[in-house]
Ligand binder design. Structure first.
Ligand code: HEM
Length: 250
């Protein structure tokens, strides 16, 4: 039995057809079905331009941001098993994580470096999007979602900074919230809301902890989902190259 006949027989079985709900992707219809009926492929548009497939087009910066976000969620969950957000215990629990918990130092470093890396990579991703003109219609809504994601990324970084409750974090948040206090009109109320009082205290720690582990990550997961959905709906990456033929023929 030659290979073609063998493949035809396999693809004719019920098992195969229950998983792959399309014929060989050698025509436009089956190629479209191959994309839309696969859980991973369906995140991409059915047609993309050849130019946008070059990795140097986006440098994978959006994907790298997503991976770093995943690492942060995972290592953050592990740290939550030990960390206690109280002014009496926060610093000691951080020391325990570093000195007594198996792989604690590694987990903490992964969390910290991924956080620094994410801020950098998200900014580079934004620059790439701007440089390739991908903020223009129809992608302007996704650009706005991106701006919110940048603010949330910076917010997560800021709120996480207080949690070790050491001198560096205490004074960094004192200075940071003082700067917020100088904002016109809403400065004082913003500072008061962030601190939960006139100065950095237990109220501040619990507020920053709640923002850092619950509110901000939940909002980010929601917005990243909308962001991906928009990339797909807007037809994949923006390209200006009129000579770049689509990878699939009509
Ligand atoms: C948590 C932060 C972010 C994540 C996880 C993220 C993720 C992604 C991914 C995976 C893509 C598609 C692939 C790629 O470009 O590498 C993308 C595209 C895009 N992102 Fe982001 N992004 C984030 C922040 C931002 C920011 C800060 C902006 C701009 C203000 C932005 C604007 C856009 C736009 C307009 C596209 C479409 C690009 C195109 O069509 O060429 N994103 N994003």
């Amino acid at each position: 039995m030659n290979v073609t006949r063998l493949l035809t027989r396999i693809s004719g079985t019920r098992l195969w057809q229950s998983i792959f709900r399309h014929g060989w992707p050698d025509n436009a219809l089956d190629r479209s079905l191959a994309m839309t009926s696969n859980v991973f492929f369906h995140l991409h548009p059915v047609k993309v331009s050849r130019k946008s497939l070059k990795w140097t087009y986006s440098f994978g910066l959006g994907i790298i941001s997503t991976i770093l976000f995943g690492v942060l969620i995972w290592t953050g969950l592990l740290l939550m098993f030990y960390y206690v957000p109280s002014v009496e215990r926060a610093y000691d629990t951080m020391k325990d994580i570093q000195l007594s918990v198996p792989l604690g130092q590694f987990t903490r470093n992964m969390h910290r470096w991924s956080a620094h890396g994410m801020v950098l990579v998200v900014i580079l991703h934004m620059i790439r999007v701007f440089y390739t003109g991908a903020y223009k219609p129809p992608r302007e809504f996704n650009w706005v979602i991106g701006v919110f994601l940048l603010v949330l990324t910076l917010g997560s970084s800021f709120t996480g900074y207080l949690l070790p409750w050491d001198q560096l974090s205490y004074w960094a948040i004192t200075v940071g919230t003082n700067i917020a206090g100088y904002a016109p009109v809403a400065g004082d109320i913003t500072r008061e809301l962030l601190l939960g009082g006139p100065e950095v205290s237990q109220n501040t720690l619990i507020r920053f902890y709640t923002l850092h582990v619950a509110l901000l990550p939940t909002l980010m997961v929601l917005l990243v989902t909308v962001h991906f959905w928009r990339v797909r709906k807007d037809g994949g990456f923006a390209t200006t190259d009129a000579n770049s033929p689509p990878t699939q023929q009509d």
